[in-house]
Ligand binder design. Structure first.
Ligand code: BDR
Ligand code: CA
Length: 311
């Protein structure tokens, strides 16, 4: 199995991404979960991360608390999508499992220094504050990362929090800039692909039909999450963004994309956090990321449902 650290701001879709990883020990070994401020403030995201581990029955997975605010800006949150708790929908009990004492950033640094070089993959599902802080504090670790597979950004789909920016990148554009310039092998799940991972009614019914606490909670999460997209965009189904990251690590064959150059806008208030993506190769800037544009949605939901059935 591939060793991963999940860096996250749960978030219903973060929760599903984590559950998929925890349900897939033959493919993924979750070394730790690091919480960051994003969809809701840090106090809630760390709590939600532990709720999800408990829901999965995996209370031995260490959960770390990371950065409570972006590098150079005030925190922007998304209660309008995820609800006041960040995990509205199911009624999950307050977590009893402990938090680790170590700071998330130090856990990321120590793990990359201790594990063999090129054997740890980072999976950011929220703003990139923890990852960028670790890279700034310990410049030796970037070259030890196997890969970063992250959810963030957009090209043809442009933006979801501003006209030109995707939420995770917009919240901490400075951090995203550091990560995209790090030289690490990066795979990006932008809105272009996540907007094709739509939880239609039959797919949601399939989660609920698992009949397990986990299956039912996932159906309730996606039900809640969907309300925003239905009201805002009039769409029939909502995109399941973050699980694209963990699904890619298990089934890269069901995704396709292009190696491109991506630069993050950090100056302009108008287009702050925009992922300026050279899809057509019109500059001579070298590719720094594999930008995923498509997936086999049926295979993706089949994978999710069969794996979640194990929890
Ligand atoms: C991203 O923003 C968050 O609201 C979701 O959890 C996802 O990571 C989508 O833009
Ligand atoms: Ca997220």
């Amino acid at each position: 199995p591939r060793k991963i650290i999940i860096d996250t701001d749960p978030g219903q879709d973060d929760a599903v991404a984590i559950l998929l990883a925890l349900a897939s020990p033959e493919d993924l070994e979750v070394l730790g979960i690091t919480a960051v401020a994003g969809n809701v403030p840090l106090d809630l995201t760390q709590k939600n991360a532990r709720k999800i581990c408990e829901l999965a029955g995996k209370t031995d997975v260490p959960v770390y608390v990371g950065c409570d605010r972006p590098l150079g800006r005030d925190l922007v949150t998304a209660e309008h999508v995820h609800g006041q708790t960040g995990l509205d929908g199911p009624d999950l009990p307050d977590p009893a499992m402990p938090l680790q004492d170590q700071h998330a950033v130090d856990f990321i640094i120590d793990t990359l220094r201790t594990e063999a070089p090129g054997t740890v993959t980072l999976c950011p599902l929220g703003p990139l504050t923890n990852i960028a802080t670790a890279f700034e504090k310990a410049p030796d670790i970037a070259q030890r990362v196997q890969q970063i597979v992250l959810m963030g950004g957009a090209y043809f789909e442009v933006g979801n929090i501003t006209p030109t920016a995707e939420f995770n990148i917009y919240v901490d554009p400075q951090a995203a800039d550091i990560v995209f310039k790090s030289g690490v092998d990066i795979v990006v799940m932008p809105l272009d692909v996540t907007h094709k991972a739509l939880v239609t009614k039959p797919r949601n019914d399939a989660f609920r039909a698992l009949g397990t606490p986990c299956g039912v909670a996932v159906a309730q999460m996606t039900d809640f999450f969907e309300r925003f997209d239905k009201e805002k965009y009039g769409s029939a189904a909502a995109p399941l963004h973050d699980p694209c990251v963990t699904a890619y690590l298990i089934r890269p064959d069901i995704f396709s994309g292009r190696k491109v150059n991506v630069v993050v806008e950090t100056q302009s208030e108008l287009t702050m956090g925009m992922t300026v993506t050279d899809w057509w190769g019109v500059t001579d800037r070298p590719p720094n990321a594999l930008f995923i544009g498509d997936l086999d949605a049926d295979a993706f939901f089949a994978l999710l449902t069969t794996r979640l059935a194990r929890l």
